[in-house]
Design a protein around this ligand. Structure first.
Ligand SMILES: [Zn+2]
Ligand SMILES: [Zn+2]
Length: 355
């Protein structure tokens, strides 16, 4: 796998210190999974950990509702790989169905349940997560359409949200009245918010695998980090050094010499797509194969190719550009099923992350 350090503007401060050639590795992880502790899932923390370990993941967050699972309390797999860790976390579950993954926290954090304004609830999650040494991901905005653009824009210090959540009750694609999470993403980016898209499982059921259950293996992130520690992974994600996937795997997805470069790992993607846990998006009949698009301001598609690799010159792009890589295959319904990898936006307008 080709390894490249993402040299984006938001990383500039780090890179000045570290140099752009620092070695880094892609790590596969899931930031969102539940256990019997929440009362509506079917497996113990140990079994959930075992599933991700045995399926080749490098990290997992056991993200229980308002409950902190200390990784030291979890019995790890017998033949534990040395490239697998649990990152401490929790799913902060506040009023108005607003949930956030508190990633890499040091202790239990509890939301202020007296708040009523949605942007204040999200801000509370961001703030208490940061106070506990962690980073916040706003979860499933389209679960019962609880969170909209107007709720997110006023929040300070939030720069990750769940673009894809594998729970069958989460309407990632929207409906006739609500926009998709991807359209929401472009809307936030277009209004100047530096925000990155995460893909997660939100898994609850490990013993029953079917499309009606929230199963593992449907959404994950590939993080380009300097080492496999909670701090390094959280820091890399916070700065956008990752891509999100629900089926498509990449060799690289990074900036080099003024170009945003993407190359699909075709063999690995084909292997992933044999998984019965995956759920594609049903779309109208489309020629089978890969499509790489570069998407910019207001969600405009700036470039499209049906090749499995593409380089896109960033100079001249206004505000931001992000790659989306799709794979289409025939579906028994007569239409097609689409799977994706979503690269993170590169900002060309100087917008800054809050440190
Ligand atoms: Zn949730
Ligand atoms: Zn959850």
């Amino acid at each position: 796998m080709e390894i490249l350090q993402k040299c984006s503007g938001v990383l500039l401060g780090l890179l000045l210190l570290q140099g752009c050639a620092q070695k880094s590795t892609w790590y596969r992880g899931n930031t969102h999974a539940h256990t019997v502790i929440c009362g509506h899932a079917d497996s113990s923390p140990q079994l959930v950990t075992q599933w991700y370990h045995d399926h080749g993941y490098n990290f997992l967050i056991l993200s229980e509702h308002n409950h902190f699972i200390n990784p030291d309390s979890v019995k790890m797999p017998v033949s534990l790989r040395d490239n697998f860790i649990l990152i401490p976390g929790e799913e902060i579950s506040g009023p108005k169905i607003i949930h956030s993954t508190a990633m890499n926290i040091e202790k239990l954090v509890l939301p202020d349940k007296g708040l009523e304004i949605k942007s204040h609830i999200i801000q509370n999650h961001v703030d208490i997560t940061r106070e506990a040494g962690g980073r916040s991901i706003l979860n499933h905005p389209n679960y019962r359409y609880a969170v909209s653009q107007g709720d997110i824009l006023p929040v300070n210090g939030l720069n990750m949200f769940e673009l894809y959540n594998g729970h069958p009750l989460v309407a990632n694609n929207g409906d006739g009245e609500h926009i998709s999470t991807e359209a929401l993403w472009d809307s936030l980016l277009t209004r100047g918010m530096p925000v990155f898209g995460v893909s997660s499982d939100d898994a609850h059921y490990f013993a029953t695998i079917d499309s009606a259950h929230s199963n593992p293996g449907r959404g994950w992130v590939m993080v380009n980090a300097s080492e496999l520690t909670g701090d390094a992974i959280a820091q890399a994600m916070y700065h956008g050094s990752f891509y999100a996937s629900n089926g498509v795997m990449l060799d690289y997805c990074s900036i080099k010499n003024g170009k945003y470069r993407v190359r699909v790992n075709v063999a690995q993607t084909m292997d992933e797509l044999t998984s019965t846990e995956l759920k594609g998006r049903l779309v109208e009949a489309t020629e089978p194969g890969f499509t790489i698009e570069y998407i910019g301001h207001k969600g405009e598609v700036l470039f499209t190719t049906n090749n499995s690799r593409a380089d896109f010159l960033i100079s001249g792009v206004s505000h931001y550009v992000r790659p989306r890589i799709s794979y289409f295959r025939d579906h028994p319904s007569g239409g097609s099923e689409a799977f994706f990898a979503w690269g993170q936006p590169e900002f060309t307008d100087g917008r800054k992350l809050q440190e």
